[in-house]
Design a protein around this ligand. Sequence first.
Ligand code: GAR
Length: 194
Amino acid sequence: MSQRVAILISGGGSNMVRLLEDMAQPGHAAHPVLVLANDPDAGGLAKAAAQGVATKVIDHRDFKGDRAGFEAAIDKELRDSDVDIVCLAGFMRILGAEFVKGWDGRMLNIHPSLLPKYKGLNTHQRALDAGDTEHGCSVHLVTPELDDGPILGQAKVAIKQGDTAQDLAARVLKQEHQLYPKVLREFAASLKAE
Ligand code: GAR
């Protein structure tokens, strides 16, 4: 059976688009069933709808700081859609331990750094400030600790003299668009084979 994938986004969703494009290829072990955003203005929602994928908004602001309530609403949506794999793709809310444990071994995230370096935000500027010569992105399984789970794949870019954080972000994003589909493809195939 093809694995049922939900993608959680907060913004433009360029990684989401790449995942959808790759899942549309013949022989993929997964297919998208839902794109869920925590922000009604997330640009990725229209892109998902244009691909014929169901979309849903659960706006964290409606929960007025009740994170457990927000996460329970997301969880219900995922369960109702009978989701097998959750992909976080630029989803910018921190998820609590209870929610994360409910998707243990089935939730992936892409993070714009070579983890374990630079967990959290502003990864590109932090790599520059540290004088690093290389940077990149990681796809990992999500565990309760932020940006900490087992790494499933990484891609590197060289940091060049004079690079700004914006230059780096653009170069890393290109790599993200290659890495995330590749890792999801392998991950879905491995679950299917179980
Ligand atoms: C990507 O660079 C992703 O790695 C990052 O947000 C961007 C989303 O872009 N995620 C994080 O920083 C998660 N902590 P996209 O919406 O175009 O895919």
